[in-house]
Design a protein around this ligand. Structure first.
Ligand SMILES: [Zn+2]
Length: 317
């Protein structure tokens, strides 16, 4: 197992009662002290496939203190990226409470990620007269709080970094689910103004280059929002409806094809968490495999099937 450490330059306690913090736990795109460069998107596959991964203390597998419930790379703007990570400590255990308290109080200031490197995921190159291993993909196994380590230099992070404009789908995250009736427009109205972090929790897509602190930059809202503006459970019907829109219902969507699958994965993962079988994503496979005339017929069929699913869903109560 490989390990990379990073200084805990910012940590934000998101929910004290649930033991949830957010922090940057790795630096990507820069040469570290081992002569490695982790590519900015090397964590992506693991984020989709491996979450929730355990949070440990000092890489000790006998000290599981929490879990990573969401993560994503955040571009810093100079070719490097930080791994934004939301960790929930297990406050039901003594070890979890202590680890949370140490992080919250700033007593422990470094993180380390543990991962395996799949075969073929390393390119050895010469850069600036040095031999460098570029890690293009990795199998992320755990994140640990550590006393200190051989950390790569950590650039100062601008306060806005976490909300830097990113295109594309917001990665799946683990949240409670709810199958009560859904009213998307009302949920959207209750979201606080200018709160990019809340929007990232509530929606499944953010527009490329748009202001991340504007509600209008986001699409595919699917989380409940309380009267006082807190984002909560993923709504099962919102997720089903969102997938139907990806498949062409209600006039379809204008988000780029490349992001449709990401939005689908986000919504589908909530449905799986709710023990629901997600409707299939039709558009991507259809356009990849069929010619134009077949595509129209296939899409029409897909819409009919989805309409049936939606009817089945609403009559299911
Ligand atoms: Zn979500």
């Amino acid at each position: 197992m490989e390990r990379k450490n990073t200084t805990l330059s910012q940590v934000k306690v998101v929910d004290e009662s649930q033991g949830i913090v957010e922090a940057f736990t790795n630096t990507m795109g820069a040469i570290d002290l081992d002569g490695d460069i982790i590519e900015p998107y090397a964590f992506d596959e693991s984020i989709y496939a491996n979450l929730p991964i355990p949070a440990l203390v000092g890489h000790d597998p006998n000290q599981v203190v929490g879990k990573v419930i969401a993560a994503r790379p955040v571009e810093i703007g100079d070719g490097t990226a930080k791994l934004w990570t939301r960790i929930q400590f297990n406050l039901d255990t003594q070890a979890g409470r202590e680890a949370f308290s140490n992080i919250k109080g700033g007593f422990i200031r470094e993180w380390s990620v543990g991962f395996n490197i799949p075969s073929g995921a390393i390119k050895v190159v010469r850069e600036a007269g040095k031999t460098v291993r570029r890690i293009t993909n990795l199998d992320w196994v755990e994140v640990s709080s550590v006393l200190r380590g051989a950390s790569p230099g950590t650039a100062t992070i601008a306060a806005k970094a976490a909300a830097l404009a990113r295109k594309e789908a917001l990665p799946p995250h683990q949240t409670p689910t709810d199958d009560s009736p859904w009213d998307g427009p009302s949920a959207e109205v209750r979201l606080p103004l200018g709160d990019g972090m809340a929007y990232e929790d509530a929606f499944a897509y953010v527009d490329d280059g748009a202001d991340p602190d504007m509600k209008g930059s986001y699409r595919f809202i699917h989380h409940e929002v309380s009267a006082d503006g807190n984002v909560g459970a993923a709504n099962v019907r919102a997720c089903i409806t969102g997938i139907a829109v990806l498949n062409g219902a209600r006039g379809g969507t204008t988000i780029p094809d490349a992001d449709i699958e990401g939005v689908y994965e986000h919504l589908a993962s909530h449905l799986r968490d709710a023990d629901r079988e997600p409707p299939e994503l039709r558009s991507a496979t259809v356009s990849d495999t069929l010619d134009a005339s077949d595509t129209a017929a296939e899409l029409a069929l897909a819409r009919i099937q989805l309409a049936r699913l939606l009817i089945a869903d609403t009559t299911n109560d």
